[in-house]
Design a protein around this ligand. Structure first.
Ligand code: ADP
Ligand code: MG
Length: 384
């Protein structure tokens, strides 16, 4: 049974036949990694893997939420200490609380939800979960909030209830996605633009390392620091340089002496990556997927050799993919130290890519990666 139907069946079984159904997707990012906190650009797309939610407002103060995938129900009133809730319930609870901060009070409801986004693989199942509740509550209780506000509400729930200090990209993409398109998001102004992603005889395949190295969060913080340090020094003679967004990649080398080699490498990567997002959009408009693929390889190289956020598992997958004819591009996706690679590959060559990476990965690491084919999909909404 499809996940959406499972969710509906679970709702009907527990709570009855009156409900509305909403969905919100996970996301990929074509290019633009570690650029968000540098005020740069990212290029995400919503995907065809989603969280589905069946929901109905009820009288009283007690809300009931059933997680189909964890086969667990919580009930709470809004004064509950959130630390007593199971982890998955923090996301909807956080959304309700963040809406409340905006003066939007959700009434009680009952709900069942579940999804087919692999958790913790870097496809942002958490953002999808926040987005589906934000979208549903906005509609159910007529809050009249615009999409960007809903995305920010999800982001704040993630910060304040899940304790993850994420940027806006994931929730933005889950809510604004459009099938067949990627979105170029300006992380400084939050302005965005859709670009068509017409894959023709190619497709996107994610390969999941199934590892998450523990250095991920400490190294993330130290990369942010390196970037800030670079900007601090580079703006001494030009106060317009407020972030790496304001510096061209070809100029970074002139600061090598003052910023030192490590900070230089970080700044070089980020400034190139911000420019690469723009170039990639141009190539998409020209329908030049081969060039898009080359940028993806460049991004991987930079993340691995300059930004130092890759790991042997990701490097192996990207390197093996690069050797296979029909693979236009491959790179690690997300913060690094684990998660997936994203591969742009000719449909007919997908089996070769899968078999080759499976074998080499197994030989090197004693386990097999996981594979997910993804298509672009629409952003959060109601299923009628
Ligand atoms: P991701 O990269 O997928 O966002 P996170 O660790 O940020 O990984 O979020 C995963 C968490 O989100 C899970 O631990 C769980 O609490 C919640 N979650 C995601 N998908 C589901 C689901 N289908 N059902 C219940 N909870 C989910
Ligand atoms: Mg997440």
């Amino acid at each position: 049974m499809k996940k959406k139907d499972q969710v509906i069946a679970a709702f009907e079984h527990k709570y009855g036949k009156e409900y509305r159904v909403f969905f919100a997707p996970g996301r990929i990012n074509i290019i633009g990694e570690h650029t968000d906190y540098n005020n740069g650009f990212v290029l995400p797309a919503a995907i065809d893997k989603c969280i589905y939610l069946a929901i109905q407002p009820i009288a009283g103060n007690t809300t009931y939420i059933h997680s189909v995938d964890f086969d667990e129900e919580v009930s709470f009133t809004l004064d509950v200490d959130h630390k007593t809730l199971p982890h998955w319930a923090l996301y909807p609870f956080g959304v309700i609380k963040e809406l409340q901060k905006l003066g939007k009070n959700s009434g009680a409801f009952r709900a069942a939800f579940g999804g087919d986004i692999p958790e913790g693989a870097g496809l942002s199942s958490s953002a999808a979960l926040e987005s589906v509740f934000a979208t549903a509550l906005n509609s159910l209780f007529d809050f009249g909030l615009d999409k960007m506000t809903l995305a920010k509400t999800g982001q704040m729930a993630e910060h304040n209830y899940a304790g993850v200090m994420c940027g806006i990209m994931d929730q933005f993409a889950s809510i604004h996605g459009k099938k067949g398109h990627v979105m170029k998001l300006d992380c400084r102004s939050l302005e965005f633009e859709y670009f068509p992603l017409e894959l023709g005889e190619y497709e996107l395949l994610l390969i999941d390392t199934r590892v998450k190295h523990s250095l991920a969060s400490s190294e993330y913080n130290s990369r942010r620091k390196d970037c800030e340090e670079g900007v601090m020094i580079m703006r001494r003679d030009n106060s317009q340089r407020k972030s790496l967004r304001d510096i061209r990649s070809k100029d970074v080398i002139t600061f090598l002496g003052s910023i030192g080699e490590q900070v230089y490498m970080r700044c070089q990567f980020v400034t190139e990556e911000i420019e690469r997002v723009g170039y990639t959009c141009e190539s998409l408009l020209e329908g030049d997927l081969e060039q898009v693929g080359r940028y993806m390889f460049e991004t991987h190289e930079g993340l691995s050799k300059l930004y130092h956020v890759s790991c042997p598992e990701l490097d192996l997958l990207a390197d093996v993919a690069a050797e296979i004819p029909g693979v236009l591009g491959a790179r690690m996706m997300g913060g690094g130290f684990g998660g997936c690679t994203i591969n742009l590959v000719k449909s007919t060559e997908v089996p070769v890519l899968i078999e080759t990476t499976r074998k080499k990965y197994l030989d090197a690491f004693g386990k097999e990666p996981e594979y997910y084919k993804v298509n672009t999909g629409d952003g959060a909404g109601e299923i009628i």
